[in-house]
Design a protein around this ligand. Structure first.
Ligand code: UDX
Ligand code: UDX
Length: 471
């Protein structure tokens, strides 16, 4: 049998990964009909909204959806129909860290992946290629395969592939347009390799062949965890060095630049920060820790765990520096937090460092005003409530408010804390901000964003992460 030519794709999960990925597939493959299904009706409605008020903010995404929606790209809550019609199904549901039970706090919760897999087995009346897109622990594909085979109808074949996503939020569309690599894992059987070829042909519409890597299923699953763990490890390494810089008067920018010039190290992902966030890094490392422990490799587990511990330390350290600098107390002081998203150019707040900082400031009884250009107010409140379980929203609102602009957030503040590297914070009229603040006016730059010298000339007392110089 020749590899199946894919003409109908279904993607289960219209989130940050499934949505942009499959929208780009639709754009680049006009001969393929792509249907993205999701149980969350509000999300699907937003994808289908007349004015393209999409449920996620991602530069360039709206343009892609405008070009394809209604042509060969569809969004629906009808999961079963999507499954029935497709030759190839992406499983792109979320896999959060387990909150209870075995492996709580470390292992990935595979409940949604399993539910989606069982649904595919129950509904399908013809053969399907099932592609694991969600980041999952190694050997999940094997479990999916067992479930599918045990429940398939006569004449239905299921081939399982692993095709981890490497897009980063904020640059998802450019990452998808020209990926460094596309990784496809399959069983090394004849059928497995044919299924792999079918998916390769889909990506082959726009990705050069030498960038499509085909490997075994388990290597593919592990590579995703490894890639994220190694990226996060670079950030924790530079953040560990930022603490040394602050203690010694060295400058982390200069150190990172010098280190990154070595072509063996390279310049990317060496930006000191108040800590990494996002839905992947911490979760994937904890997954790796859990996997290592399950494999009786405690030293390996401890090694990776330290990357997350260092990240927590960085957030604590930065919060403490704010308190120490503001004469050892921030009780009753107004602090403006600029940025709430986990990085610039996204409205996503999952694991955002800002949440931890604000929680720490709340514990010190400060008055916090938050401004973020993209994050919805409802999202901010729900994150802050989740961070302080049992505390009623009314109580949180006594200490925390949300502003509609950076200028408004900074009014009468004693300190400004930059938590996300939004470009618009670079172009703030700092002289104007200064006149509106209580003096001395402090700025804490957790993102190496501002020109500290210029701000000092205006009169600000400036503290920058990874710099030990005088205020
Ligand atoms: C991605 C990865 O796929 C995931 O492995 C990783 O943990 C986080 O990043 P992402 O697209 O960002 O997931 O998650 P999310 O935005 O939460 O989207 C998942 C979607 O799947 C949600 O819209 C949810 O409603 C939907 N879903 C979930 C279903 O349609 N069915 C389910 O059974 C479960
Ligand atoms: C990451 C991976 O980059 C991507 O390949 C994978 O598919 C999903 O996980 P994402 O989490 O969307 O992508 O964003 P990323 O750009 O990796 O940033 C993660 C966090 O690290 C952010 O909080 C960011 O601000 C922080 N970061 C990044 C730093 O603190 N310093 C850096 O030098 C780079």
């Amino acid at each position: 049998m020749a590899p199946v030519k894919v003409t109908k794709i279904c993607c289960i999960g219209a989130g940050y990964v499934g949505g942009p990925t499959c929208a780009v597939i639709a754009l680049k493959c006009p001969d393929i009909t792509v249907t993205i299904v999701d149980l969350n009706k509000a999300r699907v409605d937003a994808w289908n909204s007349e004015d393209f008020d999409l449920p996620i903010y991602e530069p360039g995404l709206e343009d892609v959806v405008r070009q394809c929606r209604g042509r060969n790209l569809f969004f629906s809550t009808d999961v079963d129909k999507g499954i029935l019609e497709a030759d190839l199904i992406f499983v792109s549901v979320n896999t959060p860290t387990k909150k209870s039970g075995v492996g709580a706090g470390f292992a990935a919760d595979l409940n949604y992946v399993e539910l989606a897999t069982r649904r595919i087995a129950a509904i399908a009346t013809s053969s399907k290629i099932v592609v694991e897109k969600s980041t999952v622990p190694c050997r999940t594909a094997e479990s999916m395969r067992t479930i599918l085979e045990a429940n398939s109808k006569p004449g239905c074949r299921f081939d399982i592939l692993s095709n981890p996503e490497f897009l980063a939020e904020g640059t998802a569309i450019t990452d998808l347009f020209s990926p460094d690599r596309v990784l496809i894992g399959s069983l090394q059987t004849k059928e497995g390799k044919e299924a792999c070829q079918s998916l390769k042909d889909v990506y082959g519409h726009w990705v050069p062949t030498d960038r499509i890597l085909t490997v075994g299923l388990w290597s593919s699953e592990l590579s995703k965890l490894a890639a994220n763990a190694m990226l996060a490890q670079r950030i924790s390494s530079i953040n560990a060095l930022s603490a040394i810089c602050e203690a010694t008067g060295a400058n982390i920018d200069e150190v990172a630049n010098a280190v990154g010039k070595d072509s063996r190290v390279g310049p990317k992902f060496l930006r000191a920060s108040v800590g990494f966030g996002g839905s992947c890094f911490q979760k994937d490392i904890l997954n790796l820790v859990y996997l290592s422990e399950s494999l009786h490799l405690p030293e390996v587990a401890a090694y990776w765990r330290q990357v997350v511990d260092m990240n927590e330390y960085q957030k604590r350290r930065f919060s403490k520096r704010v308190v120490d600098t503001l004469f050892n107390t921030i009780t009753g002081k107004k602090i403006a937090v600029l940025g709430f998203a986990f990085k610039a150019d996204t409205g996503d707040t999952r694991e955002s460092a800002a949440i931890t900082l604000i929680k720490n400031f709340q514990a010190e009884r400060a008055l916090v005003t938050i401004y973020d250009p993209q994050v919805l107010q409802s999202q901010i409140w729900s994150d802050l409530m989740e961070a302080s379980p049992g505390v009623p929203l009314e109580t949180i609102k006594r200490q925390v408010s949300i502003a509609n602009s950076a200028l408004e957030a900074c009014r009468d503040a004693e300190a400004i804390v930059i938590a996300t590297e939004w470009k618009e914070f670079r172009t703030i009229d700092w002289a104007d901000v200064y006149t509106r603040m209580t003096k001395p006016a402090f700025v804490f730059d957790g993102r190496l964003l501002v020109d500290a010298e210029k701000l000092r000339e205006i009169g600000f007392k400036v503290t920058v992460i990874g710099r030990g110089e005088r205020l």
